[in-house]
Design a protein around this ligand. Structure first.
Ligand SMILES: Nc1ncnc2c1ncn2[C@@H]1O[C@H](COP(=O)(O)OP(=O)(O)OP(=O)(O)O)[C@@H](O)[C@H]1O
Ligand SMILES: [Mg+2]
Length: 283
């Protein structure tokens, strides 16, 4: 059974948004379906003998922005890479526990990591367009998957969704590397969403960008959450508070200390350690 075969057709976010059973109370959230798209259960990660994550259990809600925050080295990137099995590419890395995307454990033997990564796209800190044209960057995943629709139309749709179309529509055959840093990052976002993933992972996607480019990416994340589930790592607390619906606070030792509504975490955290971290007393 391939990974795609396991996808539940009822997980389409649009149809869920319309369905009466799906909604949380509209007054408490402007989006989201009330359903978990990712369910981590007892995730432990080691690099050789170094424990990077300890017993992480959390449900990431569909159609929302979830921010992962915490001091350097607490395992935020490691956790993101568990979700689309990028850690498989690191020889010393060993993952235990269960991580379900909808109802399927992504660590089951029958899951193809390449197919999984189309369902769970990723955007990195440093924009990393391929040395190819703008068009071919966005079409890359579509071509690999043997997309049978109109590739050019999907490229345009993805560039529009990444708020880049108007800036590049006359130069689709030019190299993606010739764009500015902020444009390159939006190109990478277009590439990640072209195969219509369930989830978009972002690891500090704006930290290498200037304030104007950062603000564009933040606006874009807000738009993306209309259609996708976004999980973003950020070191910028204000950014987490501005753009996310849920926040997970990881602390040293690879521990998930608190996870909940962003407003509650920032205004009234349960634990003193989290309060100390977000008020800058340590970290
Ligand atoms: N490829 C690797 N090989 C060995 N150890 C690693 C590797 N990647 C991460 N680690 C270790 O795992 C722990 C968690 O690292 P990770 O990169 O996930 O933290 P992070 O929270 O993303 O940090 P930062 O905020 O600095 O990006 C750290 O102790 C780190 O040294
Ligand atoms: Mg990191």
């Amino acid at each position: 059974m391939s990974f795609e075969d396991t996808a539940d057709p009822t997980t389409d976010t649009e149809s869920l948004a319309d369905s009466p059973a799906a909604g949380l109370d509209d007054t408490t959230t402007r989006r989201g379906t009330g359903r978990a798209v990712i369910a981590a259960r007892g995730i432990d990660v080691r690099y050789g003998d170094t424990q990077a994550l300890s017993d992480i259990t959390m449900d990431i809600p569909e159609g929302m922005v979830t921010a992962l925050i915490g001091p350097s080295g607490c395992g935020k990137s490691t956790f993101l890479r568990c979700i689309n099995r990028m850690n498989d590419l690191i020889d010393t890395c060993h993952v235990d526990g269960e991580l379900r995307l909808y109802d399927k454990n992504v660590y089951d033997d029958d899951v193809d990591p390449v197919a999984l990564r189309r369902k769970v796209g990723m955007v990195f800190q440093k924009p990393n367009p391929f040395p190819k044209s703008i068009h071919d960057n966005v079409a890359y995943g579509l071509n690999i998957q043997g997309y049978d629709g109109d590739v050019d139309a999907r490229v345009e749709e993805s560039l529009r969704a990444a708020a880049l179309w108007d800036e590049v529509k006359g130069q689709l055959d030019e190299s993606g590397l010739a764009l500015s840093g902020g444009q390159q990052q939006r190109l990478c976002i277009a590439r990640a969403i072209a195969p219509d993933p369930d989830v978009v992972l972002m690891d500090e996607p704006a930290s290498a960008l200037d304030p104007v480019a950062t603000s564009k990416i933040e606006d874009l994340i807000d738009d993306l959450a209309e259609e996708y589930t976004v999980v973003i790592v950020t070191h910028n607390m204000q950014q987490a508070a501005r753009i996310s619906d849920k926040t997970a606070v990881f602390l040293t030792g690879g521990e998930l200390v608190e996870f909940g509504d962003t407003d509650a975490i920032f205004e009234n955290p349960d634990s003193e350690r989290v309060e100390n971290y977000i008020t800058g007393k340590f970290g």
